[in-house]
Write a protein that binds this ligand. Structure first.
Ligand SMILES: Nc1nc2c(c(=O)[nH]1)N[C@H]1C(S)=C(S)[C@@H](COP(=O)(O)O)O[C@H]1N2
Ligand SMILES: [Mo]
Length: 332
């Protein structure tokens, strides 16, 4: 992810000599398995030493938020993935959240600057019942579900994350879209006090993402308020973020303050920054390479071997129908 044509910031997917990639792979596997109990973890610990895992432990310590609610989960098991969960320590310490820094460890390190309570969200635009609502009120309106989803970043790493949230469609129904509503635009908080990197211009702030209305209404699309049964850590997009598991991770906009229904598709941040590299649809598609790297395989955080990337990130059965007749090479 990088609008300027430079390699991505940290240890990411920049096409590099293979030997480098292998070292990086081993190091990251160590980083993320060493904290989880299990044979794989201890084996790596023994063969690779302990430096990386100490770093890991330090960075996960810095992320508690105050005054977050206890989440009552009404339902579990919908759309469950039969693959091991990515350890919580990895999910909360290896992040993309450019408002809090561009290195993977920055968002956790800078998480305390974000204040996720009190927090209001505006749902507006082409709706007959616009709303400005406190996030804790939202938690009362919609029963929370746990959804275990794969997450595939456009940088070709992936995780399996147990989110807590509710269907985005339930909220959209509540505001009653008009007949002109065809798209949904989401906006992240703009506040350089809380989001220090917004003082710089690595991206056009605030971060904006968008969906077609029918994508937004799909039952797989959720607004997440937690993970691993607890309120969302700041670095993961507290208090409220989008999760659309069949699309690349950058569609999953964090710390949302505005949801606007529109007729026209919104201009989205990454598409604006690098239109050749990041399309509006951003459906996970192993057959369409990123201009600077292949999307055919991915590095599952915590695993040693790359795995094949699946069309629509493994959710083709549920979502392919949304795109029937579309040229997915062109509308990527
Ligand atoms: N506001 C905002 N939302 C964002 C990003 C960001 O930089 N800013 N990064 C995106 C990218 S590229 C990814 S892969 C996911 C990462 O989510 P995670 O850190 O919870 O795994 O968040 C997405 N949402
Ligand atoms: Mo990403």
């Amino acid at each position: 992810m990088d609008p300027l044509g430079k390699p991505p910031p940290s240890s990411e997917i920049t096409p590099e000599p293979l030997y480098l990639r292998r070292r990086e792979l081993l190091r990251d596997a160590l980083l993320f398995t060493a904290t989880s109990a299990g044979v794989g973890g201890s084996l790596l610990w023994l063969t690779q030493g302990r430096r990386a895992s100490e770093r890991q432990i330090q960075s996960t310590a810095a992320n508690t938020t105050t005054a977050s609610p206890t989440l009552t989960i009404a339902e579990r098991g919908l759309y469950r993935v039969d693959e091991p969960l990515t350890p919580e320590g990895a999910v909360t310490s290896y992040n993309n959240f450019y408002e809090l820094g561009t290195d993977k460890s920055d968002p956790a390190a800078n998480a305390q600057t974000l204040r996720p309570r009190p927090w209001t969200v505006s749902i507006e635009g082409e709706v007959s019942q616009p709303l400005v609502v406190d996030v804790d009120q939202l938690l009362q309106w919609f029963p929370l579900e746990e959804r275990v989803y794969r997450m595939r970043c456009v940088e070709a790493w992936s995780m399996v994350i147990p989110w807590v949230g509710f269907p985005l469609g339930a909220l959209i129904k509540r505001v009653e879209p008009t007949s002109r509503a065809k798209h949904v635009a989401f906006t992240t908080l703009l506040d350089p006090e809380q989001m220090p990197e917004q003082r710089g211009d690595v991206l056009d702030w605030p971060y904006v993402e968008g969906l077609r209305l029918d994508e937004a209404m799909h039952p797989l699309a959720i607004l997440a308020v937690g993970l691993y049964g607890k309120a969302l850590p700041n670095q993961n997009g507290a208090p409220l973020r989008l999760v659309v598991p069949w699309k690349y991770g950058f569609k999953g906009i964090k710390s949302i303050v505005k949801i606007r229904l529109t007729e026209e598709p919104p201009t989205t941040t990454w598409n604006l920054a690098a239109p050749r590299e990041y399309g509006f649809y951003a459906n996970v598609n192993p057959a369409v390479d990123h201009p600077r790297w292949s999307q055919a395989t991915e590095r599952r955080i915590g695993e040693l071997r790359r795995r094949p990337t699946l069309p629509f990130n493994g959710y083709a059965e549920q979502v392919a129908g949304l795109y029937s007749g579309m040229d997915l090479q062109r509308y990527f």
